[in-house]
Write a protein that binds this ligand. Structure first.
Ligand SMILES: NC(=O)c1ccc[n+]([C@@H]2O[C@H](COP(=O)([O-])OP(=O)(O)OC[C@H]3O[C@@H](n4cnc5c(N)ncnc54)[C@H](O)[C@@H]3O)[C@@H](O)[C@H]2O)c1
Length: 362
């Protein structure tokens, strides 16, 4: 295990971070790490050495010539994996074998087989792992969790997760991996997955998925629009909508409806809380949500959620508890995304657990 934490002057332990992948989200990880008192960015690696140098220079740390060089550093005990999605397991397995704890960007990978290899490698190495789902740490979901745990919504009936965003063809053309089945997946695997994770987190495990996917506005090999209905093991039902083709884009939205209450979240903020016996104009009504920056801009990412999740992983490592977002949570979310794709390919309802698809692809 990477136990090379550096002792600080005050006696507190600081975790040394390495980032692999110095692109859009690698920069967010560097900002998030800088926000955490118990973390320190030690080095950055990227296939493109100029990118690694630039990000390292901005944060006053070193750049490593390769992932192997990053993993060989004793001052790195946690690795943030920020490479394209279909390379997450490969990079994560190498880091786990080197004894490093893991922060994996979402999705955990683009296939369940790759996710399982990564989970097995982390277990075998005895390292901790979290997979980024930063919106669980937003204020709206935190309030929803409190209400669900208190039973305030009654029996859950219906949940809806929607990501109606706009991405130009230029976004997909900006890197060769974007919009490819093996390295990215479509709008649901990349963008919609955040609120799929929140939907499952709120309503519990899914048992069945029926979906259609279309590509309406982009020259890509994957869907830019997905629509699914979901059954949950509780008996509740739900829907998922995800698109990168709708102009101008709107806030990401989660609705959770139960027999005694409804909560609606937009872009991480609770915008409606209506509970039986509670004045709907009273406490709990949040002010208007902020402008939906991420709806139309892939680089508009607030590092606060990442900082909260990475800080949680470090606290989990320090006291030996599981992190708030586990690898198994991320696998369950990926499984629903894979079920959507299988349903589109087969024209059938897919039951969970998902069986390997004879028609290949994620
Ligand atoms: N949590 C979020 O809100 C969020 C937002 C954006 C992206 N992401 C995720 O982050 C990942 C990266 O997305 P991005 O937008 O930063 O992509 P990007 O293209 O901007 O950056 C990826 C970087 O990885 C480097 N790279 C590719 N293969 C490599 C390898 N084998 N070894 C080392 N470096 C390698 C590339 O040179 C590039 O600099 C994706 O999995 C994506 O889903 C998450």
């Amino acid at each position: 295990m990477g136990e090379s934490n550096e002792a600080t002057g005050g006696g507190a332990r600081r975790h040394g971070f390495g980032i692999v992948g110095a692109g859009v989200i690698g920069a967010t990880h560097a900002e998030a790490i800088a926000m955490i008192p118990s973390a320190r960015l030690a080095a950055v690696a990227d296939l493109n050495p100029g990118r690694a140098r630039e990000l390292a220079g901005k944060h006053g740390c070193e750049h490593a010539d390769s992932l192997d060089a990053l993993l060989a550093r004793p001052d790195v005990d946690v690795v943030s994996v920020c490479v394209p999605s279909g390379l997450h397991a490969e990079a994560g397995i190498r880091a786990a074998k080197a004894g490093k704890h893991l922060v994996i960007e979402k999705p955990i990978d683009v296939t369940l087989q790759a996710a399982d290899r990564l989970i097995a490698a982390a277990r075998a190495a005895g390292v901790a792992m979290t997979v980024i789902s930063q919106h669980r740490f937003d204020p709206g979901p935190a309030e929803l969790r409190r209400l669900l745990d208190a039973g305030a919504l009654g029996s859950l009936v219906l949940g809806e997760a929607s990501t109606k965003w706009y991405r130009t063809q230029g976004y997909y053309d900006s890197a060769a991996w974007r919009g490819t089945p093996d390295l990215d997946g479509g709008s649901l695997m990349n963008q919609g997955i955040h609120y799929v994770d929140l939907l499952l987190w709120a309503l519990g495990p899914a048992t069945e998925v029926t979906a259609v996917c279309v590509t309406r506005a982009h020259q890509i090999e994957v869907e830019d629009t997905a629509l699914a209905i979901v059954r949950f093991s509780s008996g509740a039902v739900g829907s998922i909508a995800s698109s990168t083709a709708v102009f101008p884009g709107s806030p990401q939205r989660l609705e959770v409806h139960g027999t005694t209450g409804t909560v609606v979240i937009e872009d991480g903020r609770l915008v409606l809380r209506a509970l039986s016996g509670e004045d709907p104009g009273g406490p709990g009504r949040a002010p208007d949500p902020p402008a939906p920056a991420a709806a139309a801009n892939a680089a508009a990412i607030d590092p606060a959620g990442h900082a909260a999740q990475i800080g949680d992983l470090l606290a989990a490592i320090d006291v030996g508890r599981p992190p708030a977002v586990t690898a198994e949570d991320a696998r369950a979310t990926l499984e629903v995304v894979c079920a959507v794709y299988q349903s589109q390919r087969s024209g059938r309802t897919i039951t969970i657990p998902v069986r390997p698809d004879p028609q290949a692809g994620p």
